[in-house]
Design a protein around this ligand. Structure first.
Ligand code: SF4
Length: 544
């Protein structure tokens, strides 16, 4: 039942009904009119995704609460805007996925802005971006934006917009010079030699400040329990981008949960490693007690680590309506799981499945990755062997697999490894599909072709701007990436497939992110045993 139906009349009055959408604001919103300073905050995706995007909505809230700034949310499917184009002073954009650039270029074109910052007039707004993609490597997009926010943007975002507001009558070059003095701000036109990534202490609990019936997770109160993951898998940007792992205080979390429950019964806890929270069991107990006392609460978590498949946690989740859970095992063999730093034994996987079954779950979905550095056919066969054993031991239990192919991410230990070639990935995928189907296990695999271009963007450099614009002009589909590369003579394999040596100067080296390149190098050697990825010494696809 839609939780809106449970809301009291008073709460209904708090809702704002506009353009057939129902939005509940969880903060004291002042309606602003005729402000001297106006901002568009662009989300490169449809409204449904934006309204379930915690980071985007939280930043919007902070700016919406700032006096004398009128801010409007714009999505890729926005048809008309409340604020007129000519009144806009600054445009911010979140950049969470590599392919977001297509939406961003479309937004610029629709609003008649030139694609490149240098071609836009001084009278037009400054346009900036923040988010994980540009924090890891902003170089492919450096000509498009006037500046970037590198790292956790909660505080600097407000400083940035306030600076733009105070200096709104000055020339862009002057404003940019001032902005570049702020830690975490990168202004490409000023040629900064290094930019420090911002890392925020989690002094408050961040949650979705607006509940919307149009959200991908409708009327769901999402809250961040922790940021980062201490596990440090060699390929994982979510972990390396957010070191050290930080936790929100238990009391803050409970206070936020109570706020959310005043407006909805759907709660989602977010964090790359939520169960690492020192009081995660207490949080579960708190929710479970409420359910036991008759409250109708639906709670979900993004994904659990194997060591958190313990009855106290899984029981709460099943009581709170979670029917299936996911477990990211990444690789089939213990050897490869050690190489990627997942360090997960088969015994642990079996114990987790048993706990899930004993607690009443009907099934489990595994996440895995194909084409990881040093992977061999034996590692792939181990996925099938593991599945056979699981099916034999847990007959009535539903297993499924979701695979993606390895994409090297800037600023991770595996950044020097290129992707396996498409043909070989296809062979492995077909093999897995065939063998797992025989076992009655459902399998989905991400598109290796799209993953290839993700890798290109992830390890891209400033030579790619014209290419990206051309890809957009050619329609932005897979064929456009290929055609644009041919037209402009771009060697896409150089970015996506080639292995790099550790001493290669990388385009994103100027971004200072802890733990730093030296650590990433030694970590990569420790994990893979490869002393020069461009000439690997292990039996791997990179030798082919
Ligand atoms: S456990 Fe998951 S979130 Fe943590 S580092 Fe590994 S892949 Fe990333």
């Amino acid at each position: 039942m839609n939780c809106i139906l449970h809301l009291s009349t008073k709460k209904k009055q708090e809702q704002i009904l506009s353009n057939e959408r129902i939005e509940t604001y969880l903060y004291n919103r002042q309606i602003k009119k005729d402000c001297d300073f106006n901002m568009w905050f662009f989300f490169p995706g449809p409204e449904s995704f934006a309204m379930s995007s915690l980071g985007y909505l939280w930043l919007y809230r902070a700016l919406d609460l700032t006096e004398d700034i009128d801010i409007e949310r714009i999505y890729s499917d926005t048809k008309t805007t409340r604020l007129m184009r000519d009144r806009i002073n600054v445009i911010g954009s979140s950049f969470t996925f590599d392919m977001d650039f297509l939406h961003i270029l479309k937004f610029l074109e629709w609003n008649k802005y030139e694609f490149k910052a240098k071609d836009r007039k001084d009278s037009e707004p400054l346009i900036f971006a923040g988010g994980p993609v540009v924090t890891a490597n902003p170089e492919p997009y450096k000509e498009i934006f006037d500046f970037f926010i590198i790292g956790d943007g909660e505080e600097v975002n407000i400083e940035v917009v306030n600076t733009c507001k105070i200096m709104k009558d000055k020339q862009k070059s002057e404003i940019l010079k001032e902005l570049s003095k702020l830690e975490g701000v990168y202004v490409p036109s000023l040629g900064q030699s290094s930019v420090k990534k911002l890392t925020k202490k989690l002094t408050e609990c961040i949650y979705t400040p607006i509940l919307s019936d149009k959200a991908f997770f409708p009327e769901t109160f999402i809250l961040e329990v922790e940021r980062g993951c201490a596990n440090r898998c060699g390929f994982c940007l979510a972990s390396y981008m957010n070191l050290p792992i930080r936790f929100v205080e238990y009391e803050e979390i409970i206070e936020s949960i109570e706020l959310g429950l005043k407006h909805t019964n759907k709660i989602a806890l977010l964090g790359a490693q939520i169960t690492a929270h020192p009081r995660f069991k207490d949080i579960c107990k708190y929710i479970e007690n409420k359910i036991d006392n008759g409250e109708n609460i639906e709670m979900s978590v993004s994904s659990l680590r194997v060591d958190s498949f313990i009855p106290e946690i899984v029981n709460t989740l099943t009581k709170a309506g979670q029917k299936n859970l996911t477990l990211a095992i990444e690789a089939g063999s213990e050897r490869l799981r050690r190489v990627i730093n997942k360090n997960l034994t088969e015994e642990q996987i079996f114990t987790a499945v048993k706990t899930a079954k004993d607690c009443g779950l009907k099934g489990l979905k595994f996440y895995g990755m194909i084409g990881l550095p040093t992977e061999t056919q034996e590692d792939i066969e181990e996925i099938v062997n593991l599945s056979k054993k699981l099916k034999e031991n847990f007959k009535e239990f539903d297993f499924s697999f979701g695979f993606s192919t390895f994409v090297p991410k800037a600023n991770t230990p595996f950044q020097w490894f290129g992707r396996e070639d498409e043909k070989s990935l296809e062979q492995k995928t077909n093999y897995l599909k065939k063998e797992l189907h025989k076992l009655g296990i459902q399998i989905s695999v991400s598109s290796a072709k799209w993953d290839y271009y993700q890798a290109l963007l992830s390890r891209g450099d400033s030579n790619l701007t014209d290419y990206l614009i051309e890809v957009y002009k050619q329609g932005g589909k897979l064929g456009a990436f290929k055609k644009a590369a041919k037209n402009l003579g771009i060697n896409t394999d150089y970015y996506a497939i080639e292995n790099y040596s550790y001493d290669k100067k990388l385009p994103w080296d100027f971004i200072q992110i802890r733990p730093g390149k030296e650590f990433l190098t030694s970590e990569c050697i420790n994990l893979t045993g490869v002393h020069n990825p461009s000439k690997p010494n292990l039996p791997t696809h990179q030798n082919n």
